[in-house]
Design a protein around this ligand. Structure first.
Ligand SMILES: [Fe+2]
Length: 241
């Protein structure tokens, strides 16, 4: 198992570099670009460090996640869902009925800054499952894909509340996601095989948001558009384009 992990990570040593087209097109970015991830740089100045502190204070409350399949040292704590240990929403019977039962858990009461971000800033009308995801020092998530190949699109949001040096999230055939230790939000295409390995001595805490845009579709598109131009300009300034 560790051989497979090492081989996967060794064969993708570099950060992902995206080629930005001259003109912006929302549908192209989200559905057609085949980008494995997209930095929502318009959200770079959110209070990620305060949110990290809120999650870190609850480290002993996390529940093991997929410990007997492909995770090791991987744990989660649900802020919005059915309870503090909510699994994939498709595993509770009728999905529509399950969606109606979703609500804030006690975890959100302990994390006011995080909850405020999710209510006031995150551009979605409905939250589905929102979780803190912990990867302990030495922990790993073996290569897997969460969607079939034909469902290629940017969807779920993965936010690094920290990302210690030595902890790497790798997408097959693409490379390392450039998560920032100071906090960063990325849309992800999890139809690409991926794996994470925390080769540091610090717990890594991310937050995964599943949500539905509903009436906030314009707010979401605005953030994607602004991020596109910011990312492109940064690449030009760094001499990469
Ligand atoms: Fe995954």
């Amino acid at each position: 198992m560790l051989d497979e992990l090492k081989k996967f990570h060794d064969s993708h040593p570099n950060e992902i570099e995206l080629k930005y087209p001259d003109h912006y097109d929302t549908k192209w970015v989200l559905d057609e670009s085949e980008w494995p991830c997209f930095h929502l740089s318009a959200l770079d100045n959110q209070p990620w460090k305060e949110m990290h502190k809120e999650a870190e204070a609850l480290l002993d409350k996390f529940h093991s996640h997929r410990e007997h399949s492909y995770g090791n040292g991987w744990k989660s704590l649900t802020l919005h869902g059915l309870n503090e240990d909510t699994q994939s929403l498709d595993g509770y019977g009728d999905r529509e009925e399950t969606l109606k039962k979703l609500d804030w858990t006690w975890v959100a009461d302990h994390c006011p800054v995080t909850r405020k971000f999710l209510v006031e800033t995150w551009p979605a009308e409905y939250l589905n499952r929102v979780r803190f995801m912990l990867l302990e020092p030495g922990g790993y998530i073996l290569p897997h894909q969460d969607r079939p190949d034909e469902e290629k699109r940017l969807s779920v949001c993965n936010i690094s509340l920290n990302n210690p040096e030595g902890c790497r999230f790798v997408f097959k055939n693409h490379g390392v996601v450039p998560f920032k230790d100071e906090g960063s939000a990325f849309l992800m295409d999890i139809s690409n095989p991926h794996s994470v390995w925390n080769q540091s001595d610090t717990p890594r805490i991310h937050m995964i948001i599943h949500s539905e845009l509903g009436r906030k579709v314009r707010d979401f598109f605005y953030i994607v558009r602004k991020s596109f131009y910011t990312n492109k300009e940064r690449k030009i300034n760094e001499g990469l384009e």
